[in-house]
Design a protein around this ligand. Structure first.
Ligand code: NOJ
Length: 545
């Protein structure tokens, strides 16, 4: 087991590439691996340490690749293995680490194992890799328990047996096209070892683990004590379906496997878990020294724009996670959430507005916190959520499975604008008639990377400057945080021996905690005053009060 101190991943900044929306090299309107490869110099210039690629494996795309039919391939939509290898070569040359998204909780209904299970008899070995069970009621027509799926509806679907009769049910905590794997089957664990090795042998630097508090279910699959609460939230609240103690053994094993590779070539691999659990203390268990290197701490993302709420989640994380010696992994955006610019308020259509000012301030705050950080593509451009996509273009299964009530995840997945004044904004090559898989609004022109790079006041330059300072200043990255006294609605803290970060959550100006000009600010700042909805960094050996 390696010590957890002073490793690159402890304060790494990783950029999440949602492959289908990053850059399209073929003109089919869907981003691909060659597009990611072409974008690497852009990401290098931004200054991130690595990228996390959303799933690009063969998949029927019922949940945009989180329904994997073959864990060791590339879907033709996104390229092929040779193209993946080229991407790895370029990433290595540029010094950009590459993390893949691994989906161990469930696979696709088109995975050969599930097809085999469907044609096998009840009780057969092929079914034991999943959770098959008889239904309740005299004719077995009711699901085996009362669990709800995360994306709406029951967590069970009934199969038709080979003889045409209504048969057993299988468990799927997401959509019916994503059957949950049974991690109590030793075959499942052995299979994922092979999958990890397949990609580690191709040179990847680690994995983002989907639903890392999932995998195991309570033995016997009893009823949930509060099924209505499970149904009301997208968080993993059913205590019988999530966060079972056995899962930690898997992460210990995967950590050992990564360290085996490190022992051969000295390169530290990184496992980052998507961990949704009720408390920071519970979260800390996933990043014990022999488990995952990182786990996304989503409480910052869920906090409303409010100084007390932010202070509470930061303090809890510092005490309950960093306090145990591990690192906190901060995140404000991802492909499942409404973008910060929109979440924090009105964005305006041209980059002005309160939401934008707040999102800029939040970015500076995140980059100043001790630990690691993840940036979701487009966050560096200050992209707003596209809130007015017509129903007929929405592809998120949550929309369909909630009877068209929840329009949650398409608006943050609209393909990136790169250049020009009209869609496809350089996202797809060639003609302006090429159609991105989700329509880009006209106002995306204001956010194109070309424009952002040319404007030193842009969101992009804020991220780049913040990342550059992070690399150069020893106070940033890992280390301590000490809160300063501040007026209500303002947060300020000192990092290391004198980097001060302050955030004004109110809309009125407030005295800055340090005299003189900041080294970086999220908006225009005059000496000694921190305007409303603004964050800034100062280097100081003296702080007010
Ligand atoms: C979490 C992923 O971030 C999300 O996009 C996906 O739909 C679910 N896990 C199910 O795999």
């Amino acid at each position: 087991m390696s010590l957890n101190t002073h490793r690159w991943w402890r304060d790494a900044v990783i950029y999440q590439v949602y492959v289908r929306s990053f850059l399209d090299s073929t003109g089919d309107g869907i981003g691909d691996l060659a597009g990611v490869r072409a974008g690497l110099p852009y990401l290098k210039k931004l200054g991130v340490d690595g990228i996390w690629l959303s799933p690009f494996y063969p998949s029927p795309q019922h949940d945009h690749g989180y329904d994997v039919a073959d864990y060791c391939g590339v879907d033709p939509l996104f390229g092929d293995l040779a193209g993946f290898d080229l991407l790895m070569t370029d990433a290595r040359r540029l010094g950009v680490k590459v993390l893949l998204d691994i989906v161990p909780n469930h696979c696709s209904h088109e995975h050969p194992w599930f097809r085999e299970a469907l044609s096998a008899p009840p009780g057969g070995a092929a079914r034991s890799r999943f959770h098959f069970a008889d239904g309740r009621g005299p004719d077995g027509s009711e699901p085996p328990n009362n669990w709800h799926a995360m994306f709406g509806g029951p967590a069970w679907s009934r199969v038709t047996e080979a003889d045409g009769s209504s048969g057993q049910w299988y468990l799927h905590m997401f959509t019916p096209e994503q059957p949950d794997l049974n991690w109590r089957s030793t075959e499942v664990a052995a299979y994922f070892d092979q999958v990890l090795r397949f990609w580690l042998d191709r040179g990847v630097d680690g994995f983002r683990i989907d639903v890392a508090a999932g995998l195991f279910k309570h033995p016997g699959l009893p009823d949930s004590p509060d099924p209505e609460a499970d149904a009301r939230t997208r968080d993993s609240v059913n205590p019988l379906a999530w966060n079972q103690p056995e899962v930690h053994q898997v992460w210990r094993h995967w950590r050992t496997l990564c360290e085996e590779y490190t022992s051969h070539d000295g390169r530290d691999r990184l496992l980052v878990g998507e961990v949704s659990v009720p408390t920071a203390r519970e979260h800390a268990k996933y990043v014990r020294p022999d488990e995952l290197h990182q786990a996304f701490f989503f409480d910052l993302l869920s906090a409303p724009w409010n100084a007390d709420a932010f202070r509470k989640v930061i303090s809890e994380a510092m005490q309950d996670i960093a306090g145990t010696g591990s690192t906190v992994t901060w995140v404000l955006n991802n492909h499942d959430q409404v973008r910060t610019v929109t979440r924090y308020g009105d964005c305006g259509t041209e980059g002005g507005g309160l939401g934008t000012a707040r999102a800029r301030a939040a970015a500076l705050l995140m980059l100043s916190l001790p630990g690691a950080a993840y940036i979701y593509q487009g966050e560096e451009l200050g992209l707003p959520e596209v809130v007015d996509l017509p129903d007929d273009v929405l592809t998120d299964p949550i929309f369909r499975r909630t009877g068209s009530r929840a329009r949650i995840r398409d608006g943050c997945r609209v393909p990136l604008p790169w250049s020009g004044h009209a869609s496809p904004f350089g996202f797809t090559p060639g003609a302006e008639s090429a159609k991105p898989w989700l329509p880009q609004p006209a106002y995306f022109a204001e956010y194109a990377t070309e424009r952002a790079l040319a404007d030193t006041q842009s969101f992009w330059h804020l991220y780049r400057n913040g990342l550059q300072l992070r690399q150069g200043l020893p106070q940033l990255g890992e280390g301590t945080l000490r809160w300063l006294e501040t007026p209500p609605g303002v947060l300020a803290f000192v990092r290391g021996d004198g980097l001060v970060c302050a955030v004004n959550f109110t809309t009125a100006p407030t005295p800055s905690p340090v005299s003189g000009a900041p080294i970086l600010s999220s908006g225009p700042c005059t000496a000694d005053v921190l305007p409303g909805s603004t964050a800034a960094w100062w280097i100081s050996d003296r702080t007010h009060p």
